[in-house]
Write a protein that binds this ligand. Structure first.
Ligand SMILES: CC(C)(COP(=O)(O)OP(=O)(O)OC[C@H]1O[C@@H](n2cnc3c(N)ncnc32)[C@H](O)[C@@H]1OP(=O)(O)O)[C@@H](O)C(=O)NCCC(=O)NCCS
Length: 147
């Protein structure tokens, strides 16, 4: 059964491997591990019997929060895992009286943009040439709610 739990040290190597698989400019295992000791960070993993299928990382600057990254293993996509990770993160942020969640996404990343639109994020801006490898604009998307 898939469970959504807060990321702990034993998850980090699997999260780093998934990060490397999915992104051309991945966070290192060391950087991800550092998030465990960052009081402003909150990362969740979707795990099935100890196997990490996906994760979402966030940093909170009250009352706002930002998504650092979200990814799901290719074999496990389109099963609603990213959606439940986003929902669980928003539930946690609401419990902390945060009121918005912002993220950047590659302008060409249609699956992720579709996910965020479905989860209630709106387009609020664009950062030209924000990404490297390859160079690309970022769309800025935000979800806001009442406390
Ligand atoms: C984007 C990503 C996290 C989505 O994960 P996922 O678990 O497959 O997403 P879900 O199954 O929860 O999808 C929820 C909704 O998002 C949208 N969506 C997700 N993948 C999609 C795709 N390939 N094409 C179109 N819509 C898509 C759909 O609306 C979907 O709902 P539906 O299946 O009922 O139609 C995954 O594709 C991924 O890991 N991509 C590589 C990493 C990445 O680009 N991360 C985003 C960085 S900003």
């Amino acid at each position: 059964m898939i469970r959504i739990v807060e990321m702990k040290a034993p998850h980090v190597p699997q999260v780093a491997a998934l990060e490397k698989l999915c992104f051309s400019d991945p966070w290192s295992e060391e950087s991800i591990s550092g998030e465990l000791n960052n009081r402003y960070s909150f990362w969740l993993v979707a795990e099935d019997d100890g196997v990490v299928l996906g994760y979402i990382g966030s940093q909170i600057s009250f009352p706002e929060a930002d998504v650092m990254n979200v990814a799901v293993y290719p074999d496990s996509r389109r099963r609603g895992i990213a959606a439940i990770l986003v929902e669980a993160l928003v539930r946690h942020l609401r419990s902390m009286d945060c009121t918005s969640l912002t993220l950047e996404v590659r302008a060409s990343n249609a699956p992720a943009i579709a996910l965020y639109e479905k989860m209630g994020f709106a387009l609020v801006g664009r950062r030209p040439n924000y990404y490297r490898h390859p160079k690309e604009d970022a769309l800025i998307m935000r979800k806001e709610w009442e406390v």
